[in-house]
Design a protein around this ligand. Structure first.
Ligand code: NAD
Ligand code: MG
Length: 389
């Protein structure tokens, strides 16, 4: 058993979310390998307090300032440091006292703290795909400069990462990202136009946070993942293929120059890619249910229907156009999903909103970090104005 000093100290950003809570389960089951150094949450103060009392981190951040007093008082009998507000996320990301950031914040909000961790030379287990969608060039360049491993947590990218072990000298011909197709696979616009939030939140294979569940229903998630893959694995857009695979058993594949394809498989369970990223380069024994092929007599594959699920086509357009276009796509999509979750716009309106925003925001070919922030703000304002938010 490892002693105290050799445990990997994990900073979980977004600890109250779907990824964050599963990461804590992995830590609980492997207390000899990991300890919690930082926990952060935006609004769920109750859960943050419970987590802090169990895992005894050095510091916690509650994003919403108004909840600071409550968290501070609840933890007053401990020596856990309590911070609040957006800027505090960046401050704690700069701490020397952790080894790896588990980036589990959802959306653009994850970018600044994750970039701080990379600048500080910290390993990152990356769930927050929006960080790479928005500013993948800057984040990966910094990671190379600082020799920081960015280990994907997203299941498809974890699959590709695992397929690439031992293949450093072998060029990739293409990657094949699998997509479940979401809850509306096979449906047409006349059905989608009436889809409501609660139905869209029900994913057939995965239980996830609200935003990514909606992104999975619209296929925007797969588009964001194409852009994420471009930066993680240094690929051209034409090397990234999407195939619908409703069983979610093959998590993704890599095809090499000799035509050989490697796949990584397993039951759909995010704890696996989470623990893989935390333990990399090792693997940890666990008691998760095992895949029984006899229960899956057929694995199916089909072309994505980008005429119906136009968000995927828009994301491919942004991937090809590059520059600030993925950042604009992401910002408009965050507004669209936010509005859809509050029943302010319909399912198909989300696509229209993203498309119009992409047409209107100023294109920048090689943005600076500051210009990414400005593009994000411009796109949000434009998208919000279209729906009178
Ligand atoms: P979630 O909504 O369940 O949790 C989000 C977490 O981020 C919460 O802890 C919340 O407090 C925090 N947060 C939300 N807004 C914030 C803000 N403005 N500032 C700071 N913190 C904020 O989301 P999730 O499903 O866990 O997803 C997290 C990330 O992981 C997303 O980028 C998602 O795309 C990615 N991801 C998730 C899954 C999954 O199975 N859930 C799979 C692959 C990738
Ligand atoms: Mg994924």
């Amino acid at each position: 058993m490892a002693d105290q000093s050799t445990k990997k100290r994990i900073a979980i950003f977004g600890s109250t979310g779907s990824i964050g809570t599963q990461a804590l389960e992995v830590i609980r089951a492997n207390a000899d390998l990991f300890e919690v150094e930082i926990l952060t949450a935006q609004t769920n103060d109750e859960l943050l307090i419970t987590q802090a009392l169990e895992y005894k981190p050095n510091a916690v951040v509650i994003g919403d300032d108004g909840r600071y007093q409550k968290v501070k008082e609840a933890l007053s009998s401990t020596d856990i440091k309590v911070f609040a507000g957006e800027a505090a996320l960046e401050e704690v990301a700069e701490f020397d006292t952790y080894d790896m950031m588990l980036a589990g914040i959802v959306g653009f909000a994850g970018l600044k703290p994750t970039l701080k961790a990379v600048e500080k030379g910290k390993a990152v287990g990356l769930a927050n795909k929006e960080t790479l969608v928005v500013a993948g060039d800057i984040v990966m360049q910094k990671a190379i400069e600082k020799r920081v491993p960015v280990i994907p947590v997203d299941s498809e990218h974890s699959a590709i990462f695992q397929c690439l072990i031992g293949e450093a000298r072998n060029p990739i011909e293409k990657i094949i990202l699998t997509a479940s197709g979401g809850p509306f696979l096979g449906k047409k616009p006349n059905f989608l136009v009436n889809v409501k939030r609660d139905h869209a939140l029900q994913h057939p294979n995965w239980s996830m946070g609200a935003k990514i569940s909606i992104d999975s229903a619209t296929l925007m998630n797969k588009g964001l993942e194409m852009i994420e893959a471009k930066w993680l694995f240094n690929l051209r857009p034409d090397q990234i293929e999407v195939v619908i695979h409703p069983q979610s058993i093959i998590h993704s594949m890599v095809q090499f120059e000799d035509g050989s394809i490697k796949a990584q498989m397993g039951l759909p369970d995010m704890k696996l890619p989470i623990q893989y990223a935390m333990a990399f380069p090792g693997r940890i024994k666990n008691d998760f249910p095992r895949l029984n092929f006899k229960k899956y007599p057929a694995l199916n594959f089909e072309e994505p229907d980008v005429k119906t699920f136009r968000n995927l086509a828009l994301a491919m357009e942004a991937l090809n156009k590059a520059g600030n276009m993925p950042c604009v796509l992401n910002a408009a999509n965050e507004i669209a999903v936010w509005a859809f979750l509050r029943n302010r716009i319909g399912f198909l309106d989300m696509t229209a909103l993203v498309e119009k925003t992409m047409e209107n925001v100023t294109f920048i070919e090689k943005p600076t970090l500051q210009e990414y922030f400005e593009s994000d703000a411009e796109a949000r304002n434009f998208a919000a104005s279209l729906i009178n938010l």
